[in-house]
Design a protein around this ligand. Structure first.
Ligand code: G4P
Length: 195
C-alpha cells in the first residue's frame, strides 16, 4: 500500500535492526486519514470472504480494525490484556509471550461476543514473531467460529511470524512488508529507502 509506505519513509524511524518506530501515525499518535485508507484496503481484500467479526488486540490494533469494521459493516472485538471490571463471565483466555518485550501476558475476550457461525478476520498493527496473532487465533479456536485470515498493517519479514502462520495454511495479508531494518534505513521487500 503506497500511502502507508510513504508514511513509513517520511515519519517512521528504524531504531535498530529489529524495531521500527511508527509512533507518529500508528502506535501513539494516529493518522485518521491513513487509518481510513487502511480500513478500505483490508475491506477490499476481504470483501468476498463473508467476514462477520473483526478481532484485534488492544491497543494499536484498534484503529485499523475499527476503520475496517466500518467499511465491512461488522463489529470489532478487542481482546484485553488487562483485567477488566466488566469482563468477568464466559472468559476465553490465551497466553501470549512477547519476544520483543520479553514478557508473558494473558489476553482475553468474552465468549458472549463470538457466535458459532462467525467468520473472523484478525487484524493487528505489527506482525513480528506472530505470538499475538497466535494468541488471538487460540481464542477463536476455543469457539466454533472460523478464521478467514489475518490482516496486519506492517509485517517484519525478517522475523518468523508471517512464515510460520503461512506454513500453517493461514491467510496472511500485510499492507507493508519490511525485509530489513538498519539504523536509519528500512528496506521493503521490493525496494530500499532511507529514513
Ligand atoms: P508478535 O506478537 O508478532 O510476536 O510481536 P512481539 O511480541 O514481538 O511484539 C509485542 C509488541 O511489540 C506488540 O505491541 C507489537 O505490535 C510491538 N512490536 C513488535 N515489533 C515492533 C516494531 O518493530 N515496532 C513497533 N512500533 N512495535 C513493534 P503491543 O505490546 O501489543 O503494544 P500496543 O498494541 O499496545 O501498541
Amino acid at each position: 500500500m503506497e500511502e502507508l509506505k510513504k508514511k513509513i519513509i517520511t515519519e517512521g524511524k528504524a531504531l535498530n535492526e529489529e524495531v521500527l518506530k511508527v509512533d507518529a501515525f500508528l502506535n501513539h499518535q494516529i493518522d485518521p486519514v491513513l487509518m481510513k485508507q487502511i480500513g478500505k484496503e483490508f475491506a477490499e481484500q476481504y470483501r468476498e470472504s463473508g467476514i462477520t467479526k473483526i478481532l484485534t488486540l488492544e491497543s494499536s490494533g484498534i484503529s485499523p480494525s475499527v476503520m475496517t469494521g466500518l467499511e465491512l459493516g461488522v463489529e470489532v472485538l478487542v481482546a484485553r490484556k488487562r483485567k477488566s471490571l466488566t469482563l468477568q463471565e464466559g472468559l476465553l483466555s490465551a497466553d501470549v509471550y512477547s519476544f520483543t518485550k520479553q514478557e508473558q501476558s494473558t489476553i482475553c475476550i468474552s465468549s458472549e461476543y463470538i457466535k458459532d457461525s462467525d467468520c473472523v478476520l484478525i487484524i493487528d498493527d505489527f506482525l513480528a514473531n506472530g505470538q499475538a496473532v497466535l494468541g488471538l487465533m487460540n481464542l477463536i479456536e476455543q469457539t466454533k467460529a472460523s478464521i478467514a485470515g489475518v490482516g496486519v498493517v506492517i509485517e517484519k519479514q525478517f522475523q518468523k511470524g508471517g512464515e510460520e502462520l503461512r506454513n500453517k495454511g493461514v491467510r496472511v495479508d500485510a499492507l507493508a512488508k519490511i525485509e530489513r531494518l538498519e539504523k536509519g534505513k528500512v528496506s521493503f521487500t521490493d525496494e530500499e529507502v532511507h529514513i
